[in-house]
Design a protein around this ligand. Sequence first.
Ligand code: MG
Length: 633
Amino acid sequence: MSGADADGAAPRRSIATVCLSGTLTDKLSAASGAGFDGVEIFENDLVAAPFSPAEIRDRCADLGLAVELYQPFRDAEALPPEAFVRVLRRAERKFDVMEDLGAETVLMCSTTSAEAIDDDDLAAEQLHTLADRAGERGLRIAYEALAWGRHVSTWDHSWEIVRRAGHPSLGLCLDSFHVLSRGSDPSAFAAVPADRLFFLQLADAPHLAMDVLQWSRHHRLFPGQGAFDLPGFLRQVLAAGYRGPLSLEVFNDVFRQSDPARTAVDAMRSLIHLEEQLAGTPAAATLRDRLVLSAPPGPPELTGHAFAEIGVDAESGPVLGGVLADLGFAHTGHHRSKPVQRWQQGDATVLLNAAVVLTGDPGQAVVGALAVSSADPDSSAARAEALCAPVLPRTRGPAETDMAAVAAPDGTSVFFARTGGNWMADFLPTGAEPTAATGITGIDHVGLSQPFDHADEAALFYRAVLGLAPETSTEFAAPFGLVRNRTVVDPSRRVRIALSVAVLRRGEWAPCVPDPQYIAFRTGDIVATGRALRAAGVPLLAIPDNYYDDLDARLAIDPARLDALREIGALYDRDAHGEYFHLATEVLGSRVFFSVVQRTGRYAGSGSLDAPVRMAAHRRQRLRALNGSRTDA
Ligand code: MG
């Protein structure tokens, strides 16, 4: 073993209480449960708590949490003398709290006060005075430039003031949001002496053209969930010599109302994944004698969708089986120990599982599991576990394949099947053989609606745990509200998952198809497959003529091709890299449908441009079905 590894230490991981929903007690329990080493305690959480700071300190100690930071202390500097007297009094009271709390560092953010004077020397002088007071008690002040600070809004300006103040108890808090939202260059951190880097706060965010304060207060995300280069940022901070905790500070409207225990696990996953992205870089090699970053087993190569599983009941099972038969699938096997049917065509395998418990009225169906083919399922499972994915118990009987599975944030079971492995041995053959009946060759992707509270968590889960990368991200106006669709894909484009979520939490006005799910099959000839499906009586969705008239107007498609699409009810999209044809069955049960797609070139995504047309058609079909009439209106 190298001495470098033996001497290094893992960075402490911390989370600000403001990231989590609930009261301080809920937040501390959640942070501890997810494995954090420390917390930033937000003043509002402390003020609302019925415990003294000393009791909170004890509670944190019991939970294994260090109090890494107390925050925020606002509007402290660059003030007229009489106002600064009041600041000193306030500071002394807060230093009392910090001593009781066991917090060594307080965050002071650059002032937004209308009283503040644009005078760096005055700001430095007053911060020096405050640092003197803090230093007498063994406390430190970390000065942070708010991106919307009145006179100080960039990190380099905050450093200039800290430098002028020249006090050992005054240093910088670097916050990735404030730095990156202003387009500042993190490589300049190298000019700051390491002993002036007091604290680091990490937050990601999507690219948004909006007021920076609103952007920060509502749309921050955990690292890996947004568009900022967090690995690049952290690399620069560590290269500059920072050795304090890696602390998450995320203000997010959804996280504020979500189960804090889950949010904390999501946060921990993001930090581990962030560290991992640095661990393998040349820059990290120079840090190894001082820092050991997380390095879960790398993501093994994925080679395709091994199967998708639909939970059915006694009513929906025959319906789904009938449609699969009409789609040209063969019922090739049944499970040795469970009421599970295996249906196959080409490389597409669908399992109908009647052993799962479905809620709601009889006739429900739900996509409950998907399996990816992995070159190394054991490493896939070990990686998933290292990234905080809940490992599912393996319930298997004799002579059955041992297949690891984890639970995705929406409850979907994700299995790791060995590429070329013999998991099919779990099934006894029925005698039927798969054929190329309708030209379906495999599973192109699986589409899953995500719970509102867990959409960002899900995107990070599939990226980090499975090693998938974002392919497309779109928002569209669906008939019942805005929908965001994010497609993630493996490097070889053989495993693709389309995640969709309502942009705003839904109210009582719900569509006929809440939370749709689908399995998209691949074909090399959409027209031939479409005609075969129509001839077989597959309940394909009727697409209105208006759609094809618009397609003609927009894209001037060859008339014969347009007629063929109209005939089979296929939707069409194209981008700079290729084309995408797709058609859908009616909804089976209350939320599941099948889709058949053809891609040409390197078209990216899952046809979400046409989703509103498809969703409106599903609505019409569901209304007819619910009203007891299946005839086209
Ligand atoms: Mg901050």
